[in-house]
Design a protein. Sequence first.
Length: 559
Amino acid sequence: MSESKLILDYVLGHETSQPERVYLTQPVGDGRVIDYTWAEALEQSRRMAAHLRSRGFAPGARIAILSKNCAHFIMAELAIWMAGYTTVAIFPTETAETLRYVLEHSEASLLFVGKLDTWPQQQAGVPAGLPAIAFPLAPETTLETWDAIATRTAPLQGRPRRGADDLAMLIYTSGSTGLPKGVMVSFGALTRAAEGIVNDSRRRLGTGGESRMLSYLPLAHSFERSWVEAASLVDGGTHIFFAESLDTFLQDLQRARPTMFISVPRLWLKFQQGVFEKMPPGKLDRLLGIPLIGRIVGRKVLKGLGLDAVIQAGSGSAPIPADLIAWYRRLGLKLFEGYAMTEDNSYSHTSNEQFGEPGYVGVPLPGVQVRLSPEGEILIKSPGQFSGYYKQPELTAASFTDDGFFRTGDLGERRPDGLLKITGRAKELFKTAKGKYVAPAPIENLINVHPMVELSLVSGLGQSAPYALVVLAEDLRQRLADASVRARVESELEQLLRNVNRQLADDEQLRMLVIATEPWSIENGFLTPTMKVRRSRIEAAIAPQVAAWYASGRSVHWA
């Protein structure tokens, strides 16, 4: 890693050395796309940087972006950095209330409005008088447009530089437990994390040929920001494609034919459930077990998912069931789990072909130090370490050990070879009436691998035994009006309950499974923008029914 070179230095180098290389491909509807070379992307960014500077904001001023992933998100970020400012990216699904909180807490000086589905509801959260600029793919607005500004503004000249300690961005956490926190990320930390990711990818994939990725997980989140955007800005050889919409996702994947693909556990599960809708799990399992035919079938399944060109795939952001990783590997997809967080720029642990046992999140990436506290909490010191929580010095101080390790809040176990297993989250542990602590995550992973289940939540604070709330797979939810389908669901889940309990200690065994009749979504507030379960909100919603479920003595209930 180059300790003196920062991310903007890499970007400006690509602008000079490979101006005609296509960097970004943006779908614009009806199957049409616009390609942006490095020269074209940087010209747009330089024009917007000159405009931002002309507005006279103070050095380091916060400039916000509210947008789904698109080419102009990355171009706007580069413009903000070149102009001497700090980016505040906001999840495109946030409510007006949260949008207002982030804009006011960060003291944003300007807002970029981009690709959005719910802008009419969100715009009430924009403080009166805050300047705003609309991206080309933004909803219909009366705002000044990016294109109008770029057309009339001459590009910023020279090679703008930023200091290693300058703030590159504030990343506001998705707020699964209360108001989001502003994680301060310096240019030095962002660059070191991106360099480490690029070097790790090159060791695995080699350096020959074009690397392709599809950007669809929220760029407002650290996972996509580091592993897709920042890594591509450092690498210079990665072609980034964007997804147009949920309805066109398969076509977007087929267009990109990614060589590296990262996702989150919920989407890996949905992909699997989509396969099972076309071929029963038992039949597929038998075919995969036949020499030669199994390889052909696995390749066909991956092609149907648009993942046949993937050399390596990754899962992060939340625990993924070990059986799910093993299933994808049987198909021939090299799927590896990683572990990191916003506070280390998503640069912490990853598994690989040498250290890739399902159920473990891998070994430390180069430069990362890790140890366990006496209580089993995972402590991390990473080259991508954040600078602290914005306007929260007390929380910042409490989040580090005396010798500079970040307190992750996650519980884990380490093998002698360095492989790390996440055993739960300290704040998610709950105590039953028997006085025994229960970690929900490992039990949820046992439940989530069932093809009928999309998501689950294990709870039971103060109860005689834990219980699990489950969300059924989408295809089942659509057929629940049929009494025979409901009866089959109940029968299957009773068997699932028995199978799960056989794998648990006595104090962890579930009293019952409860079927949620309303799916959990970002829109109804039961999932965060990164699709993590909002436990407290779900538990509060079902609280009035819990006592009756326990009293009934039944093993399966409908919420």
